[in-house]
Design a protein. Sequence first.
Length: 396
Amino acid sequence: MNVRNRKMQGPVRRRSARFSQAGFSLIELMVASIMGLFIMLAILMLFTNVSRTNDEMSKANALIENGRFAIQLLQDDIAHAGFWDAYIPDFDDLTLDTDEAPTAIPTGVPQPCLAYSSWTSAIRTNRLGIAVQVHDSVPSGCSGVVTNRKSGTDILVVRHVNTLPTCLPGQTEGCEAEVSGKLYFQASRCTTDTNDYVLATSGHNLHERNCTTLAPKRRFISNLYYVRDYAVTAGDGIPTLVRSEFDLDSGAVKATAAVALIEGVEGLRVQLGVDRISDAGNDIIDLSDDSDPYRDPVDWADAKHLTSPTNRGDGVPDEYIHCSGACTVDRLINVVAVKLHLLVRSQTVSQGYVDGKSYTLGDQTITPVSTETGYKRHVFSTVVRLNNVSGRRETP
């Protein structure tokens, strides 16, 4: 009985084993393969879209970062314009006697690239009286400094002295190391000093109020900004904000070769805020000739309490102008604010993107050319107050 049962069970076990080893059919394999391909394709498309989105976000972040950095860099420099330590140009000095007319008034727009060796007393006066100037073409004498300027962009010049004085003997912190041959400014606080200031490479012997201690020396700063049509190599096609500093170079104090600052800046428009209306509502600028009220002694509305000069500005911009060709000396003397407009583009092209926009930079409208429509762009604007100029005009 047991033997027969074992004989009958043999074929059953063989059939069960054969059935348990059966695999997918060819059709099932093909269906599974196609479904797998669809899943892989969906994952690949998702990865590609995420990667493209991240890439575009990275471009946008870089564009915004460059624009903000450019604005901040220019803003920080302009905010110091007109800082001459203890010295105040006499046409802005409200402490002068009421019968004393200012004499240190600029007579011409400074040539920003003129080497220090050619400076005269009048040239120094022009530079200290005009802290900010703008050109829409290459200034005279700057053709060797301003090269490959992008068409339609402005040239901005900012002047002041360093906020850090040079170091005294043994001093290392909170000061700037002195370099022989550089251009330094020193303002007198002593009533017995012969000069109000010294702007030279040597001979700084002016004093503090005690007329014994030497007054601090500060490095003279004159920065020229413009947009160049390349970044590193001429022809690379990357518009870049660059700066030329007025500094010691090869044994001479002059405008140095421009240094690249921020890539992607392709538009720079500057408008100057001119203070020409006094507290009394009088226009202090006569554009027809040099008989400007601000050239006369201070005329106080209340001479007893010295309030509200009628022929001096009040520190508030009354008009914003763009210098087409060159601004007049009268307006440049009375600049108290600056409107900055920058057009910044992405570093690389976005595939399939067509830029059909027009961009407004103050009073200028820019429409990108067809060959550059793959770049994304953004306009950055701000208003910068010249604290050192406008602050000394504010009166009760």
